[in-house]
Design a protein around this ligand. Structure first.
Ligand SMILES: NC(=O)C1=CN([C@@H]2O[C@H](COP(=O)(O)OP(=O)(O)OC[C@H]3O[C@@H](n4cnc5c(N)ncnc54)[C@H](OP(=O)(O)O)[C@@H]3O)[C@@H](O)[C@H]2O)C=CC1
Ligand SMILES: O=C([O-])CC(=O)C(=O)O
Length: 266
């Protein structure tokens, strides 16, 4: 891998990828999005971004790193061939990794290609603490995620509550991180990040809440283990184009990209 070549491609060009693109252009860092892999025709509102519909064509173009900002399906379909081709990938649709077979396939593809898969921290923090604490043994990890009703549109929550007429804080899901990741692929990637860093998908307890009084996306983690106790709470602002997605998730991808090109990872 030559870290001096900065041919950055993104998978998807929705709210997060566009936020990343604008932020990188404004940063003056010399790192910019130069290509995107999307499933349909798309007009990119400025020059300099090549649009691909086929992962083979993207591989041919020769990205130095690819950032997935799309979907669980994109991780499954597009990331293994990229890794096999020796291209490093940063993923943010982390809930896809609850599929153990996919995780193994990604590891095998990276081994074959001599490439590296990086999991962005996304909209959550404290993952370093969980990773360290896990070594001495974690007893419990509890995640609670709260978003305004509009963020739960198009999810299974609509089957149990009328989101439009909600007047009070309402629990829409209780279960573990494996179930949350599968049932809420656009809202519960953070539970997968917490599970992977900590006690695993089966044992990470998850509560998801729709709250008409919430102004943003709140993520809380409580953990206990041999190391002691840990509590973190984030009040994230959503991206203007997608109430489901926190701005912090886009920023986490941007910092993962900066670290990718650093000789010393700070
Ligand atoms: N780890 C974390 O904390 C977080 C992770 N996420 C993940 O990031 C993803 C992107 O978020 P966001 O940008 O806000 O979502 P958006 O829905 O705004 O954009 C996603 C874009 O990706 C495209 N897309 C979907 N599947 C594929 C595919 N297989 N190949 C190429 N493009 C594809 C979509 O196209 P189309 O519209 O045609 O479907 C859409 O344009 C989410 O779906 C979620 O999985 C989001 C928030 C937090
Ligand atoms: O962006 C967020 O606040 C969390 C999110 O959507 C996810 O974890 O999928």
């Amino acid at each position: 891998m030559n870290n001096d070549v900065k041919k950055v491609a993104v998978i998807g060009f929705g709210a997060m990828a566009q936020s990343l693109d604008h932020s990188l252009r404004a940063s003056g860092s010399g790192i910019e999005v130069s290509a995107t892999l999307v499933p349909h025709d798309l007009t990119v509102d400025h020059d300099g971004v090549e649009v691909f519909h086929d992962v083979a064509a993207l591989i041919e173009w020769g990205p130095s790193v690819v950032v997935e900002c799309a979907s669980h399906q994109a991780v499954k379909n597009s990331v293994p061939p990229l890794l096999r081709a020796g291209i490093d990938v940063i993923v943010v649709s982390i809930g896809s990794l609850s599929d153990t077979a996919l995780l193994h396939a990604l590891e095998k593809a990276a081994e074959e290609g001599g490439s590296r898969l990086t999991v962005a921290s996304g909209a959550i923090g404290g993952l370093d603490v969980l990773r360290s604490a896990k070594i001495a043994g974690l007893e419990s990890v509890i995640y609670t995620g709260t978003k305004p009703p509009s963020a739960w549109k198009g999810t299974p929550a609509e089957q149990s509550v009328d989101l439009a007429s909600l007047r009070q804080r309402t629990v829409i899901f209780e279960g573990n991180a494996a179930e949350a990741s599968l049932q809420y692929p656009k809202n519960a990637n953070v539970t997968a990040a917490v599970a992977l860093a900590g006690i695993g998908f089966a044992d990470t307890r998850v509560t998801l809440v729709a709250d008409p009084h919430a102004s943003g996306n709140t993520h809380k983690v409580n953990a206990a283990g041999a190391f002691g106790r840990f509590e973190i709470s984030l009040e994230n602002k959503p991206l203007p184009d997608n109430p489901k997605t926190s701005w912090l998730a886009a920023l986490s991808v941007e910092q993962a990209l900066h670290r990718h090109f650093q000789r010393i990872e700070l």
